[in-house]
Design a protein around this ligand. Sequence first.
Ligand code: GAP
Length: 450
Amino acid sequence: MDQMEKLVSLCKRRGFVFPGSDIYGGLANSWDYGPLGAQMKMNIKSDWWKRAVEMRDDMVGLDGAILMNPKVWEASGHVATFNDPLTECKHCHRRYRADESPFAEHWNEKTGFESAEALQCPSCGKSGVFADVSRFNLMFQTHIGSTSESGSQVYLRPETAQAIFVNFKNILNTSRKKLPFGIAQIGKAFRNEITPGNFIFRTLEFEQMEVEYFVEPNDWEQQFEAWNEWMGAWAEHIGLDMSRLHRLEVPAEELAHYSKRTVDFEFDFPFGKKELWGLAYRQDFDLHNHTEHSGEKLEYSDPDDNKRKIVPHVIEPSMGVDRTLLSLLVSAFREEEVDGDVRTVMKFVPHMAPYHVAVLPLMKKDGLSEKAREIFEYLQASFRCEYDESGSVGKRYRRQDEIGTPYCVTVDYDSLSDESVTVRDRDSMQQERISLTNLLDHLRKCMPYV
Ligand code: GAP
């Protein structure tokens, strides 16, 4: 099994990620997050929100609607340009993106396929049976109301960003922030991807954590650098394997329709180096277009400069929650030999791990279980804890290693008389005797960001 297969299997076995609609045979490329995956997504989002919004005074939050007036997507350029070049094998009907491997080297954005007869379908092996490339819009459409007559058609948002631009004036009026300031949002986005896949890497619905940071036009380079650094520091803080993280300056011809400069944060996933997050300079593209389409002036008047009016420019850090989780899983995964056996251990930083502490009575016995439950309830107020008393303690340690719990607190017979417990460190597997009066402080020191 390669690393990815091992991860997918661990995720299902331990309750991180399940195939979507599992009992009905699944739905291709849809995934449900189980108890541990849901907790980790929550950890990612709340840490991001804390650091991007709560710990700064130049940032505020928004929770916009998924369904928006369709004019939003005309103004944003998504109706006209949010599409991928699609081709299809006429023999097996498998669909491909013309700008991705193995077609990309034969594909030219302006002139189409060169030597189309030579193209071979990676799925059925037939050559020369490819349909002409068409542009395929990635937005999902749906209808409001009981009929599907035109006029009731809406889109599921393909990015969270637009709700921020549309609310620019509301937020400016109510928060009275001065430039530079930013608006952050976390929420679901939907894309009808032609080639979804690689587990939770590219899916049809996913979550984004986005900031639109509004700046003076001549200040954009400095603010771009500041967010570039912020993203790198956050990557380190959440425990990404920094040796796998690379910044790519996106070439001009590959920039999105709104961007003047983009840096992609790429990550070495087991299936290759791929985009994890993006940082874009969106200029005044969105505020300008929404002003034109809505008739509402989206500008800022500078209170320190005679109410000088400007349309701010925008720096946009955009980060996928699901890809962040996948990169944490890849970064944490280890197989280590211990006493001739292989232990699988997920070395998450404690603040990202599903549980901080597992409380384990040495055996499921009267007296021990009660004491362990008492300690569990006491620790629960400060840490995410799990209580487990089934099976041998060795097996329970292995299970906690596999789900990445940094500390196990074991309650044995001596605990009943000496009011102490054994604390086992996941990574070193060292065990330390700690008195109950010091336990909380000890664990707090071991896990500073919890
Ligand atoms: N507002 C800008 C924007 O949406 P993007 O590069 O298209 O930019 C931003 O998307 C991030 O959203 C990506 O870097 C990635 O983390 C995540 N993302 C995009 N498409 C995704 C998909 N189909 N599945 C999972 N995550 C996705």
